[in-house]
Structures are given as C-alpha cells and as structure tokens.
Design a protein around this ligand. Structure first.
Ligand SMILES: NC(=O)c1ccc[n+]([C@@H]2O[C@H](COP(=O)([O-])OP(=O)(O)OC[C@H]3O[C@@H](n4cnc5c(N)ncnc54)[C@H](OP(=O)(O)O)[C@@H]3O)[C@@H](O)[C@H]2O)c1
Length: 249
C-alpha cells in the first residue's frame, strides 16, 4: 500500500462530531490543505461534501450516517470495532486522542482501513496518506478482535498502571513521585517487548518460579487494596503462561 496518493486538495470533507478525535482530525485535515467543514456538532447543517467523516460514538454512527447521507458522496467512520453496515469506508487511527493533540500525532502511526468497494477503500487509503498515517487493511470479520488488541495495548495498560500507582501509594510512594519512579521501568519493559516480544522480555518472580515471593506479593496486595487481588490473580495466571512458554524456548 505504498503508491496511493493523498487526497486532492480540492476534496471537501465534513468532520461530524466535535469530540476527542473529531477536533484533532478536523485540525489536521485543514492543515493538510483540504476544504474542511467542522468539526460539526449534532444538529449543525452539513454542507454538500465529497466525504462525511463520522467521528461520533459507535452507537451514534447509524443516526449520524442517515443524516449525512443526502449531503455526502461518501461516508466513512473512524471506529475500530464497528463494521461497515452504515458507511462506505472506515479509517481507524491506531492511537489514543484526548482532543489536545497537534497534527503531527498522526505521523507514521498505523491506521486500519476498509471499504465496501475498491473505490471506497481507495478513498480510505488516500485519507490515511493525507493524515500521514500508515494504512493497513482490517476486514469486518476481524474488526472487533483488532479493536480488542488496541484496548489491551492502551486501555488495559492504564488499568494495570493505575493498580501499580495505588500499590505504590500503599508503600508510601504517592502520585507524581510514583509515576516518575515507575516510568523508567515501564519504558524499558515496552522497549524490550518491542524489540524481542513478551516471552524473551519477561523477568521477575514468576519468570524465576519464585512462588514464595509471589505469595508474599499477593498477601501484601490483599492487605493494601483487596479490590486488586482478583486482578493480581488473573495477571499472575496469564503471566505464568508466558513463563512456561519461556521455559520451553
Ligand atoms: N478518542 C480516541 O482515542 C479514539 C481513537 C481512535 C478512534 N476513535 C473513534 O472515534 C469515534 C469518536 O470517539 P471520541 O473518543 O472522539 O468520542 P467523544 O469524545 O465522546 O466524541 C463524540 C462526539 O460525537 C458527538 N455526537 C454524538 N452523536 C452525534 C451526532 N448524531 N451528530 C453529531 N455529533 C454527534 C458527541 O456530542 P455529544 O457529547 O453532544 O453527544 C461528541 O462530541 C469513535 O468511533 C471511536 O471509536 C477514538
């Protein structure tokens, strides 16, 4: 997917949905030279446009698509998990957005694309190029699984980091200081995973088969924050699977 050009600068595009991703997409496409309307809030008039890009919650895609259909030549959504039932194409930037990001946030990130027809897919790919992303295809049959992978990589990582922060607080290391002290450990772990994968990167008591230390950790978690005990158990079980894999390579 390397030869597809960016969208022509005269392309008109209406960004629908003034939320976290909609504002960043509108800002970026405008900076790229396209004729952008929006981000448009619910009820705002959608002008006649080549592309309507729905940046609304997944549950609102059908309604927003129905509103946009008479005004747009093509309609796309930016959802990772939702199939193409109500749109012509999809582009899902594989990144987390708060709304404050500058246009370079898209530079060289992945973007999952799909289209009902080859022409629709081509539009998604051109849009991906215009944003500066690296497009890759994910068909409807795999969208939910692909999106679950993204949730593990972002949302659930935050769940685990929040647990780490809470346990550090129980040991007297709080807030900013805890995040500051844990950050190098997190960064190195991610770097190692990126270069070698989880099996080769796993260290710690589970990798060493040190059940005494694991039991002491579990008791400490249970005492400090019992709401985290079941998470500890689930993660320990999943980590033992990686450790067994490690032992067999
Ligand atoms: N944020 C991310 O990190 C991220 C990353 C990749 C993909 N996405 C995708 O981007 C889409 C939007 O996510 P988000 O995080 O930007 O959500 P969000 O911050 O909740 O924003 C959604 C926006 O859509 C508006 N809206 C709802 N129904 C509408 C309608 N019928 N017409 C016009 N606007 C409508 C909402 O307005 P009200 O508040 O008034 O309802 C809200 O401003 C989702 O499909 C999501 O999967 C998000």
């Amino acid at each position: 997917m390397n030869s597809t050009p960016a969208l022509a600068p005269e392309t008109t595009i209406a960004v629908i949905g003034r939320g976290r991703l909609g504002v960043v997409l509108a800002r970026t496409l405008r900076q790229a030279g396209l004729a952008v309307s929006g981000p448009l809030s619910r009820g705002e008039v959608i002008p006649e446009t080549d592309i309507a890009l729905l940046c609304v919650p997944d549950s609102a895609i059908r309604e927003a698509g129905t509103t946009a259909r008479p005004r747009a030549t093509r309609i796309g959504h930016v959802s990772g998990a939702t199939p193409l039932d109500d749109v012509d194409f999809s582009i899902h930037p594989l990144q987390t957005f708060t709304g404050a990001e500058s246009p370079d946030v898209f530079h060289d990130i992945g973007a999952a694309i799909a289209g009902r027809t080859p022409a629709d897919k081509n539009i998604a790919e051109q849009l991906a190029r215009t944003l500066g992303t690296r497009p890759f295809e994910v068909g409807d049959a795999h969208r939910a699984g692909y999106h679950a992978a993204a949730s593990f990589a972002s949302n659930f990582v935050l769940t685990v980091l929040d647990a780490a922060e809470r346990l550090a607080a129980s040991a007297g290391i709080r807030g900013d200081e805890a995040r500051d002290l844990l950050a190098p450990l997190i960064s190195r772990t991610v770097d190692n995973w990126l270069s070698s994968g989880a099996t080769a990167s796993l260290t710690g008591p589970i990798a060493r088969g040190d059940e005494v230390t694991i039991a002491r950790q579990r008791a400490a978690v249970d005492q400090a924050d019992p709401a985290l005990t079941s998470l500890f158990d689930e993660l320990a079980t999943a980590t033992r699977v990686i450790a067994r894999r490690k032992a067999t390579v």
